[in-house]
Design a protein around this ligand. Sequence first.
Ligand code: MRU
Length: 353
Amino acid sequence: MRTIWWESGMVKMIDQRLLPGRLEIVAYDDYRDVARAITDMVIRGAPAIGAAGAYGMALAARQSSAQDRDGLLRDLRQAKEVLDAARPTAVNLSWATTRLLKVAERPDLTDVEAIRSALLAEAERVAEEDIAINKRMGAYGAEVIPHGARILHHCNTGSLATVDYGTALGVIRAAHEQGKQIHVWVDETRPRLQGARLTAWELMRDGIPMTLIADNAAGHLMRTGQVDVVLFGADRVAANGDVANKIGTYKLAVCAKENGIPCYAVVPTSTIDLSLPDGDHIPIEERVPEEVTMIDGVRIAPEGVRVYNPAFDITPYRYLTGIITEEGIAYPPFRESLRRLKEAAEARIWSDR
Ligand code: MRU
């Protein structure tokens, strides 16, 4: 199931706010609407946001009325700023828009039409690569999943969080495809319930055995020996291996270590941000109070209550057994292993030009 694609001059995507009740597709022909869709979480999940940013840049190139290269580059830089501001934590967004801008700035592309087609081709490449990358991560990750493993998973990291297949859920898919007889504990993931609404929907569609749990049940399951591996994705990984992921991840990782359970983050190398020394430098998005005070339009807290709603938390590297990427699994010391894998990926991206 593909989450985002280009069709007839428009970016199309599944409206994830409506799932699991309705599967509806929305279409955009303006990059500003794509930015809004990212902010409003029509599309969400770090790699999916990256693909949306890439397609957004391709749209911006088509929308620009510039007649020459300089004018077009000016419009693209402005579009990049708007897209990058849509959500702050997932570095995949600015990673993708930077990659598209780099293509637009190629000195051999002097004609505006050539730049427009190069940007669309690059956006398609970012999207197609994402699927291939997820399958490679799935293959590497499945190696550390024992037969019969009971896996605890947080948020949604599946086809919906990527272009297709998924990161942590991609590892789960690969292990299932290999006949490993796994079972997944699905954290509901308050406040937006990506686990209950999206992960449960994806796993049930694929017939992967799962059980939905309230977030607060996870510690009990770990302490009573019912979890063999903890898996989650990430929106940004700092150079030292600290990871930013959906709020609640930190608690899971601490609890996993306390109970001697292996704990892995599964991320494409586009999620690794070597420019930040540690997790304290990662911007943490704060979202509106209504995500906490309401569920599906029903108020569950008193009117006027004060709310704090950070969308992500930082898990310090020492709680991670490893970080699974498309270039292999990074183990401590992460500063060296992550740099090596990131460099391998960058070389792969630019080598075939
Ligand atoms: O706020 P969301 O739903 O965009 O958060 C998503 C997550 O936290 C995922 O775990 C993360 O993006 C990695 S998924 C491939």
